[in-house]
Design a protein around this ligand. Structure first.
Ligand SMILES: NC(=O)c1ccc[n+]([C@@H]2O[C@H](COP(=O)([O-])OP(=O)(O)OC[C@H]3O[C@@H](n4cnc5c(N)ncnc54)[C@H](OP(=O)(O)O)[C@@H]3O)[C@@H](O)[C@H]2O)c1
Length: 274
């Protein structure tokens, strides 16, 4: 297995699980490889199609998971994913592509796996373009849309909560921005399960608890013994342009296809405890 973006937050968890499951694992990084024994590392920039093809030639993977993040950078998130899909099509291996709920505007609030993207942000547009390229270029590929990824204190969301409470970062947590957070362990497990299957098309891997970013921050603060009152609330609708507000991934079709149980944020952050 080759995990593109293996040095990232999600990529590392996928690699840990893949190695534990007996996969011979290779991975790419951009700035620094992760400290994971028994993984073969390649430096690769998705903006360099020659290098992407070269890594596939060397690693000769049976399956590729694209967990790379390029935010709103079109050259990485859209064009890079297209180049990777083309290289995978030439190599004839399996492709599992990680996408985002940001492909949706929020106008419909609830989005099933067969909903068509209607992005309202640069990031969402780049992720939507990548999805199309992957599905058309590699018809057997799986596209896995997910939501806010949390877990082990290592996510950007958990780190932001700690920095806001410590006063080392300024900013707000939105109260009008609803998503369905997922635990990184559950997501990594779903990705591995889908990779090991022949499932194609679109999957939704998100938790069952919709909540706004401020609520999520409060749960993280409580779990970590921090004072939630130090988390400043704010409105995404005050930002110009605001991007998607209330976006909830419906997971019914995915839950019928995978064994992994996707926990809600109230459960994995301990808010369900009596
Ligand atoms: N985090 C979330 O809440 C969230 C929500 C929805 C969807 N997603 C999606 O989930 C995936 C993983 O997210 P994440 O939070 O794990 O991201 P992350 O921690 O930021 O990791 C990004 C990975 O991509 C690599 N990368 C960055 N620029 C690259 C480039 N130009 N070429 C090749 N590799 C590059 C990074 O390498 P280095 O670290 O070595 O620089 C790193 O391995 C992404 O597709 C993201 O869109 C994330």
């Amino acid at each position: 297995m080759l995990v593109v973006g293996g040095s990232g937050f999600l990529g590392r968890e996928v690699l840990r699980r893949a190695v534990a499951a007996g996969w011979d694992a290779a991975a790419t990084y951009l700035t620094r490889p992760a400290d994971l024994p028994s993984v073969t590392w390649y430096r690769a920039d998705l903006r360099d199609p020659g290098r992407v093809a070269q890594v596939l030639d060397r690693a000769r993977p049976a399956a590729v998971i694209n967990a790379a993040g390029g935010h709103a950078d079109w050259a990485v998130t859209a064009d890079g994913a297209v180049q990777l899909a083309l290289a995978v099509a030439r190599a004839g291996c399996r492709l599992v592509h990680v996408s985002s709920d940001a492909v949706f505007s929020g106008a419909a609030v609830h989005y099933r796996e067969d909903a068509l993207p209607d992005p309202v942000s640069r990031y969402g547009a780049a992720k939507a373009a990548a999805e199309t390229a992957v599905r058309v270029g590699v018809p057997g590929a799986a596209v896995v849309r997910t939501s806010l990824i949390v877990g082990h204190g290592r996510s950007a969301h958990e780190r932001a909560v700690h920095a806001l409470v410590a006063g080392t970062r300024t900013g707000v947590l939105f109260t009008d921005d609803v998503r369905c957070p997922v635990h990184v362990d559950d997501l990594a497990s779903v990705l591995l399960e889908i990779t090991e299957s022949d499932g194609s098309g679109v999957f939704h891997a998100a938790g069952p608890d919709p909540m706004n970013r401020h609520e999520l921050g409060v749960l993280i603060a409580r779990r970590d013994g921090l004072d939630p009152a130090r988390l400043p609330p704010g409105l995404r609708s005050d930002v110009d342009p605001p991007g998607g507000l209330d976006i909830r991934l419906v997971t019914d079709a995915t839950r019928a296809r995978v064994r992994t149980r996707l926990r809600g944020a109230r459960e994995f952050l301990g808010a369900d405890a009596p």
